[in-house]
Design a protein around this ligand. Structure first.
Ligand code: NAP
Length: 404
């Protein structure tokens, strides 16, 4: 179909009027979506006039899907994301209890979106708990399909747990307390290397200086330690002239090559506070990546503004998403900050190669923040700020795109 984004070789082929599926999301989802989509359309129109336009296609997931179809994540939604390759979503309620898995985790796993991509940078004016938030300029590549997140868990006392405990005792001599629940932590060479490959390619494309693998390999040698080993192995085998291991630098100059280094996760969490400028592109496993992404987001303004995406760089499949939750107490109040979703849209336009639209969105946000027109969450932390509603904030972004 002529309006469908396709993967041609290793490149996306994007028609001038691509169909892009979107999920508004639950709770505050509709509030932020209606502000965001106006910003997206305005940016595309201003950048390209009538020669390009996004054809938005609504698909359902979460509470609305459940009330309209009886399914939390209808097959039709998955089919649309598979077919149209690139989509965007607001936050979704995770149903509590009843053995439900998070809809976000399910989407990532079913579509094999193996990279959770989170750029973290500071925009002037945004309140931050650290002294020099402008030193933070990192992009986190978090592995999305493995680790203790993969869901291989059995509860205490369950017949499967008892069987596993017996096996572990008899075959491996492992004495684990009987009243334990069990979880398996799979970290594969394939999964690690495709994630690290994506991070290195990104660093090369964006001319970033280093890729740092963050791990607890000193303790978990055959999972997190192996991730580190496989990373160095991959860099040496696939990018021998474009990268150099930090250990081979011996204090010398990298000569324009991307430096591959690694750091233990607990030290990393200290160093992103004490000397964040030393880190640029981060490659890490699922659980570390979860903590690191939110810790970094807090340094530059928190979850109201942090954008994100889940991407399979081989198939091209990608879903861009607000990284915060559904904040149900604010639903329908036209109050919350839509920046996370709007900046996720900016990332999406970057991914499509619609750079001019992406730049206009960023320019609009920067101008609005400079004018101190912000939603309640920033207004309560910024001196002299004017508190505006979600929709007024969107209008201000559109106005600031025009400023020469
Ligand atoms: P949450 O919805 O992110 O809200 C926690 C708090 O964060 C809010 O009360 C609010 O703080 C602040 N916040 C969140 N989004 C904001 C925004 N756009 N603008 C300004 N402030 C914002 O987290 P939660 O209450 O733990 O989770 C609620 C539901 O969301 C759960 O069902 C959870 O499973 C789901 N969830 C979904 C996703 C996702 O879809 N990606 C992610 C996380 C959670 P104040 O109260 O201080 O104003």
């Amino acid at each position: 179909m002529e309006n469908t984004i396709r993967m041609k070789g290793t490149q996306l082929s994007v028609p001038s009027t691509p169909v892009i599926p979107f999920i508004q999301g639950d709770g505050i989802g509709p509030d932020i979506w209606s502000a965001a989509v106006r910003v997206f359309d305005a940016a595309v129109e201003q950048a390209y006039g009538s020669s390009r336009r996004v054809v938005w296609k609504e698909v359902l997931a979460g509470e609305r899907a459940f009330s309209e179809t009886g399914e939390w994540l209808p097959e039709e939604t998955l089919t649309a994301f598979r077919e149209y390759l690139v989509g965007i979503k607001g936050p979704l309620t995770t149903p509590v209890g009843g053995g439900f898995r998070s809809l976000n985790v399910t989407l990532r796993q079913v579509l094999d979106l193996y990279v959770c991509l989170r750029p973290v940078r500071h925009y002037p004016g945004i309140p931050s708990p650290v002294k020099r938030p402008e030193s933070v300029d990192m992009v986190v590549f978090r592995e999305n399909t493995e680790d203790v997140y993969a869901g291989f868990e059995t509860p205490m006392g369950d017949a499967r747990t008892v069987k596993l405990l017996e096996f572990l005792k008899n075959e491996l001599g492992w004495n684990i307390r009987e009243d334990s629940g069990l979880g398996i932590k799979p970290i594969s060479r394939y999964g690690s290397q495709r994630l690290i490959r994506a991070a290195i390619r990104y660093a090369l494309k964006m001319k970033r200086k280093s890729v740092t693998m963050v791990h607890k390999g000193n303790i978990m040698k055959y999972t997190e330690g192996a991730f580190r080993e496989w990373g160095y192995e991959l860099a040496g085998a696939e990018f021998p002239s474009e990268t150099i291991a930090y250990s081979s630098l011996a204090g010398g100059d990298a000569g324009g090559r991307v430096v591959i280094k690694d750091v233990i996760a607990d030290a990393f969490l200290q160093q992103i506070l004490t000397r964040p400028a030393e880190y640029e592109v981060i490659a890490t496993m699922n659980l570390n990546g979860d903590y690191i992404s939110d810790a970094l987001a807090a340094q530059v303004g928190g979850i109201g503004i942090a954008p994100g995406a889940n991407i399979n760089f081989d198939s091209g499949n990608a879903i861009f998403e607000a990284t915060h939750g559904t904040a149900p107490k604010y639903a329908g109040l036209n109050k919350v900050n839509p920046s996370s979703l709007i900046l996720s849209g900016k990332m999406m336009f970057d991914y499509l190669g619609w750079d001019e639209a992406a730049e206009l969105i960023e320019k609009g946000i920067i101008g609005t923040l400079e004018d101190r027109q912000v939603t309640y969450d920033f207004a309560r932390l910024m001196e002299g700020a004017e508190e505006v509603s979600t929709s007024e904030y969107g209008d201000a972004i559109i106005r600031h795109m025009d400023n020469k």
